[in-house]
Ligand binder design. Structure first.
Ligand SMILES: [Zn+2]
Ligand SMILES: [Zn+2]
Length: 142
């Protein structure tokens, strides 16, 4: 994991103004991949004290827009954030408890999957979510 100095440099390199709130949000995302904004708000509050949920959303938006973090939007779930970007990896999500883990890109490079008919689109990315039940939920019979 990157040091605060490296994280500040990362923000600057991407043209994002460095603030204590943005650094704390980035750190929380790095420590808890696939967290929701609400989860990140709780983590950041523990670290730097009061921060509004709106400020968390603003920081997440700025970081996502510049490609520093990635936003995934599973159907029927709040958006989740992670700092693993640019490798076209995919996700496994448990329908029962929502636990989300990374799975490697099936072929190692984007767009990973080929479509039956691209309809003339130039495709550069495939974002796959595999839905099922995690081992704990399978064991518990949920
Ligand atoms: Zn589960
Ligand atoms: Zn991921």
């Amino acid at each position: 994991m990157e040091t605060p100095v490296e994280q500040a440099a990362l923000l600057r390199r991407h043209g994002v103004q460095v603030t204590a709130q943005r650094l704390a949000v980035l750190r929380a995302v790095a420590e808890r991949p696939h967290s929701t904004a609400a989860d990140i708000g709780i983590a950041v509050r523990t670290e730097i004290g009061a921060i509004s949920l709106q400020a968390v959303y603003d920081a997440l938006g700025a970081l996502t827009e510049r490609g520093i973090i990635r936003r995934i939007q599973p159907a029927g779930s709040p958006a989740r954030y992670e700092d693993r970007v640019g490798d076209n990896h995919h996700h496994l999500i448990c329908r029962a408890c929502g636990k989300t883990i990374d799975v490697e890109c099936a072929v190692g490079s984007a767009p990973c999957l080929s479509v039956a008919d691209s309809s003339g689109y130039e495709i550069d990315e495939a974002e796959v979510i595999y839905w099922g039940r995690c081992p704990a939920c399978v064991t518990a019979g949920v």
